[in-house]
Design a protein. Structure first.
Length: 301
């Protein structure tokens, strides 16, 4: 594993010597970052992609147990594994930490070989979990985000829009006359066509916080946070799919495979009702299909 791609371990301890010892001990195993207290530890987990936290239980102000509680209460950090490194050896303290979500305890004074072994094992488990999580959020056919990933992002983006007052745009996309395409060219060709369309969507929607996902069957969805004029983007997506030139002799709309797009723009208050936004986007999509397909309709409720 290269230096830049190594997992990140956050060492949290109010004693500089303890931080330095652990940082030096783990330098060959991972990328190590440091925090001297609870608030700075929480800030580092927001700024960095942390795989594992080595956390001192006894710190002035915010102790390790409170840091762990706050990590587990935040969706963005809840999955980070935490090992307590502490001089507290009371069984009740250990039970308290484990019940809060810690995965292990290392007693002070530390034993270097034991620390390395436990960190190595937990990083391996964390990496396996991340890989499984990534697989669970990807559509097996097209390789883009799946319905589960979209549902998670959609709820997160709606909550952010309510808090921030930002707009968001949502679009439902359907492949025109796809049943006829499968009937004429076969399901293998249909699968290949869906994969090519998915990649066209991803290539067009390039902001890191946008989401292009397969919603189900021949239906896709685009989530565009902060966008209040999505028509140009959706028209570009529609044109790019047509430009793939996938022949479709069974279409009543064009000689090539095309898509219809239905979009909705939501202000902050409307984002409180994600289910309604989906219904409006679906309504816009079916309006586009009723009006002849291979077109874009955007609603602004």
């Amino acid at each position: 594993m290269t230096q830049d791609n190594r997992p990140t371990v956050l060492v949290v301890d109010d004693e500089r010597v303890n931080r330095a010892v652990l940082a030096e001990l783990l330098a060959d195993e991972c990328r190590v970052i440091l925090a001297k207290d609870g608030p700075s530890a929480l800030q580092r987990t927001q700024e960095e992609r942390v795989s594992l936290v080595l956390l001192d239980a006894s710190m002035p102000g915010m102790d390790g147990y409170e840091v762990l509680r706050r990590l587990k209460a935040d969706d963005r950090t809840a999955k980070i594994e935490v090992i307590f490194v502490t001089g507290q050896t009371d069984e009740q303290d250990e039970e308290r930490g484990l019940l809060l979500g810690a995965v292990d305890y290392i007693a002070k004074p530390i034993r270097p070989a034991l620390v390395r072994a436990r960190v190595r094992n937990h990083l391996k488990l964390a990496r396996q979990r991340e890989e499984l999580e990534l697989l669970s959020l990807r559509d097996g056919l097209t390789g883009i985000a799946n319905r589960r990933h979209f549902d998670m992002e959609f709820n997160r983006v709606c909550r952010h829009a309510v808090r921030s007052g930002d707009s968001l745009s949502l679009a439902m996309i359907d492949v025109d006359y796809f049943k006829q395409y499968n009937d004429r060219y076969g399901h293998g060709a249909g699968d290949m066509a869906l994969a090519r369309i998915a990649q066209a969507l991803v290539a067009t929607v390039q902001r890191p916080y946008d989401t292009a996902a397969r919603y189900g069957g021949e239906e896709f969805v685009l989530l565009l946070p902060g966008v209040d004029e999505p028509a140009a983007t959706l028209e570009q997506v529609r044109a790019d799919v047509a430009a793939l030139g996938i022949a479709h002799a069974g279409s009543d709309t064009a000689a090539v495979l095309t898509i219809s797009c239905g979009g909705v723009v939501a202000r902050a208050e409307l984002a409180r009702e994600p289910a309604r936004l989906l219904r409006w986007a679906d309504e816009a999509l079916y309006q586009a299909k009723r009006e002849g397909r291979n077109r874009t309709i955007v609603l602004k409720p």
